[in-house]
Ligand binder design. Structure first.
Ligand code: ZN
Length: 435
């Protein structure tokens, strides 16, 4: 847990420290690599220092480079400060910049390619078109010029040839979301290519998908928050943050809900960065109405259907973990007959066509009543269900671990699955109730 970022009220040095530790803890930068800056209302630039451990950076380590060029702070500004300044000069709309060498984006950078963000629909919107800056000496004014030139073409994210990535945003939350989503695309494509051939959505498919308005439920007049309702809010926030920490969810996508009383439930809102979700953001759905003034997830109607048809399901997670998404984007069957735990927890995971949950409303709820606890929706997400939220989360973890083992096994051989007789034995011993 690295805390919640509030770009309106937190000082730039606190914002930067929080995001650098998030990025470092997720394995997206090294101790010495990467730098972050925020420009404030006086046009002063707050930036990470040069040569200070990214694993233990404190707010007091952040350096301020004033508009007139004077520097305040205990350290020298990052050696890459010239390109941060060049971006701000080129793009007044950009107020925060993140530069790092995250492994999957570096893979693209060293083969001189740009990841295609049409891999899932929200990524194209979050990242925008991606630029490409040719190689220059790190820290040089020339590198600054090349990067600023790309930003001058209206890109907000670029791949740096044989180096890494730079992304900008209207604030640091926006920049982080773009950074994380772009790395997610790169990883999903790489893992996908390990097991098959990724499919990309057409621009048309993305426009149609994203323009579908959420089913806006009517608002309730009065809302009450009894203890058992509050308990579920906290549980949802904890699981969302844990999923972000564990690489199972990214800021730009993910829905979690818990049944409350009968078919009423609590659900994550739409358009709130998942890392920064707070209990007040969670939306209560009661008697088919939504809590006043809040917009629940676009998939709320699906959660409603699932709860009303499946009394045994009490929690749902909808997310995009990169190894599971490798199967989702290559349209490859995820065979969970790998180890007993995987099969017991997941049984078979059906893979459904992109957009199906908007076109055929009965499909997913019916599959779930048939006993499948999880489904993959191609080029979209994985949906996992269960009784307690922690059980659903555990299933999600097991599914992602299984997918990861299958991706990692690919270079050494083909899966030799548990055989039918072994599966029957597992069914007999562990799943007696459902047979
Ligand atoms: Zn660098």
């Amino acid at each position: 847990m690295t805390g919640m970022l509030d770009t309106d009220l937190m000082h730039p040095r606190d914002q930067i420290t929080m995001i650098i530790s998030r990025i470092y803890n997720r394995g997206l930068t090294t101790t010495s690599g990467g730098n972050i800056s925020v420009i404030d209302e006086n046009e002063d630039i707050w930036v990470t220092p040069s040569a200070v451990d990214k694993g233990s950076l404190r707010p007091s380590d952040i350096v301020c480079v004033k508009h007139n060029g004077s520097i305040t702070g205990r350290h020298k500004p990052s050696s890459e400060f010239p390109f941060h300044r060049a971006i701000y000069e080129m793009r007044p709309d950009i107020r925060a910049v993140i530069h790092a060498h995250p492994p999957a984006l570096v893979s693209f950078s060293i083969v001189h390619e740009i990841p295609n963000t049409n891999i899932v629909s929200q990524a194209k919107y979050v990242c925008g078109p991606i630029g490409y800056a040719p190689y220059e000496l790190p820290g040089s004014e020339k590198l600054g010029e090349k990067i600023a030139t790309e930003f001058g073409k209206e890109y907000k994210a670029i791949i740096m040839e044989n180096h890494g990535t730079v992304v900008g945003g209207y604030d640091l939350v926006d920049a982080f979301q773009r950074f994380e989503t772009l790395e997610f695309c790169a990883r999903t494509i790489l893992f996908g290519k390990t097991i098959g051939t990724p499919w990309y959505l057409t621009d048309q498919e993305i426009v149609e998908f994203e323009s579908r308005m959420p089913v806006v439920l009517p608002e309730m007049d009065q809302v009450e928050h009894p203890s058992d309702e509050r308990e579920r809010r906290t549980e949802i926030c904890k699981i969302v943050h844990r999923a972000c920490d564990q690489d199972l969810m990214i800021s730009s996508y993910g829905t979690v809900s818990i049944r409350w009383r009968e078919n009423d439930f609590l659900i994550t809102p739409t358009n709130v960065p998942r890392w920064d979700l707070q209990i007040g953001d969670v939306v209560q759905i009661k008697g088919g109405r939504r809590e006043h003034g809040k917009i629940p997830s676009r998939a709320t109607w699906l959660h409603q259907e699932i709860y009303s048809r499946n009394p045994a399901i009490n929690s749902i997670i909808f997310t995009q973990p990169p190894y599971l998404m490798a199967f989702g984007v290559t349209h490859t069957m995820l065979d969970v007959r790998t180890i007993p735990e995987s099969w017991i927890f997941l049984q078979d995971i059906p893979s459904l066509p992109f957009g199906i949950h908007h076109l055929e409303k009965n499909n997913i709820p019916e599959l779930l009543s048939g006993g499948n606890p999880a489904v993959i929706i191609r080029n979209d997400a994985v949906l996992v269900t269960g009784d307690k939220l922690l059980q659903t989360f555990d299933r999600l973890e097991v599914a992602e671990f299984s997918a990861k083992s299958l991706v990692m096994a690919k270079p050494i051989g083909q899966l030799v699955p548990i055989n039918d007789q072994q599966v029957e034995e597992l069914r007999r011993v562990f799943l007696k109730k459902s047979t």
